[in-house]
Design a protein around this ligand. Structure first.
Ligand code: UDH
Length: 288
């Protein structure tokens, strides 16, 4: 009988069934609190043992339908990153996602370019694994319900629809920022983000325009499930509001075909594998 048991085990290895469309272990609304004593070391102790190096995970009992790269634009926000990793890793595990977390750090002190970091993250993640879905997530956005699925849908998805900072309402109907997902195919069809939005503002509206031009629609979870808590912070240095950006948003129709993934230039300075995430530092070629 021991032998039959062994044979049976071997024959099922490598033949896991697909994960169910609705993950069975979700808990719904979450309690989220930003404990100031939370550190990367502590979070590594708490969730690190469930992860592969680089912040990679695959559900042990089923095969995920999507391979999801989570792309976080980053510079000098380690405290926020600890909170993000503490909350998101367990949520993503319960959601049975086959995923990797990519922290895309802007090297140097030059003007921040979040959209270019997103494009670079997309390209770098694809060098590592055959991802078919990309979630672009601000480091300060923590979901308040694990039924908000970090995966891709028939249309590009806006996940952060009800943020505490905006009294859990959409501040304007076309908002497409904070946390979004696009399949690889959707992201390629819109030519990614623009590379030319320096400083704060507009790059998300420009992406919305690209999506509307090329794909016609976005999707959203309902506003109870799409609730988020934003970690409070002051405006960062070298990411001041850029008053030119709103003008650029009016030009998307003329610019998106030649400004995006197909014109992306950056230099990778460092790749570090932490247990909780892959850290990729990039020089985004800040104009002089
Ligand atoms: N980010 C960094 N470092 C920076 C700037 C931005 O990591 O120096 C990343 C981070 O993932 C952040 C995202 O880019 O979540 C978006 O930037 P942001 O948080 O500055 O943008 P947001 O619109 O806030 O959330 C704008 C400043 C609000 C100041 C409010 C003061 N009361």
């Amino acid at each position: 009988t021991t032998r039959t048991a062994e044979v049976h085990q071997n024959s099922t290895a490598g033949t896991l069934g697909p994960c169910p469309d609705t993950p069975p272990d979700l808990v719904g609304p979450l309690h989220v609190e930003f404990d100031t004593k939370r550190t990367l070391d502590r979070v590594r102790e708490q969730v690190g043992s469930f992860l592969q190096l680089g912040g990679r995970f695959k559900p042990p009992n089923c095969v995920s339908k999507q391979k999801v790269a989570i792309i976080i634009p980053f510079r000098n926000r380690y405290e926020h990153l600890s909170h993000w990793l503490y909350y998101l890793h367990p949520i993503l595990m319960r959601q049975q996602v086959d995923y990797g977390v990519y922290v895309i750090n802007q090297d140097g002190e030059g003007l921040f370019n979040k959209a270019k970091l997103m494009n670079a993250g997309h390209v770098e993640a694809l060098k590592e694994y055959d991802y078919d879905c990309f979630v672009f997530a601000d480091v300060d956005m923590i979901p308040l319900d694990d039924q908000n699925l970090y995966r891709c849908f028939d249309s590009p998805r806006h996940l952060a629809v009800a943020v505490d900072k905006f009294n859990f309402h959409l501040p304007y109907n076309n908002l497409f920022g904070g946390v979004i997902s696009l399949s690889k195919d959707q992201f390629l069809k819109v030519n990614g983000f623009s590379n030319t939005f320096w400083g704060w503002g507009g790059e998300d509206d420009d992406l919305y325009n690209r999506v509307m031009i090329r794909l016609k629609s976005i999707s959203r979870p309902d506003s109870m499930i799409g609730r988020y808590k934003m970690i409070k912070h002051n405006r960062d240095l070298h990411n001041e509001v850029n008053p030119q950006n709103p003008y650029k948003v009016r030009e998307t129709i003329h610019t998106f075909k030649t400004d995006g993934l197909n014109s992306l230039k950056y230099t990778v300075k460092e790749v570090k594998k932490d247990r909780l995430f892959t850290f990729i530092s990039v020089d985004v070629h800040v104009p002089p």
